[in-house]
Write a protein of this length. Structure first.
Length: 79
């Protein structure tokens, strides 16, 4: 893992991001002390849109408002 100073990181951010997109990890230091790490985003956390919609539908089917209107909820929140 490469280490770069904060000033260099600020000056060359575009180039650093290109390297990170290719899989590199880069530590940013301030006065020689590590303060941040640039690393590729975790793409495994992305879920297909269809799956998210299905989860929302399942959630909605199990949670009802029992006749409450939005206006009732707003008024309840103001008390």
């Amino acid at each position: 893992m490469e280490t770069v100073g904060a000033y260099e990181a600020k000056t060359h951010l575009t180039q650093l991001l290109k390297r990170v997109a290719k899989g590199e990890k880069i530590t940013i230091t301030k006065h020689g002390i590590p303060v941040a790490t640039l690393q590729p985003a975790d793409s495994s956390k992305k879920m297909p849109v269809r799956e998210i919609i299905d989860q929302l539908k399942r959630f909605r089917s199990g949670h009802r408002l029992d006749g409450l209107s939005i206006r009732d909820m707003i008024e309840e929140g103001r008390r």
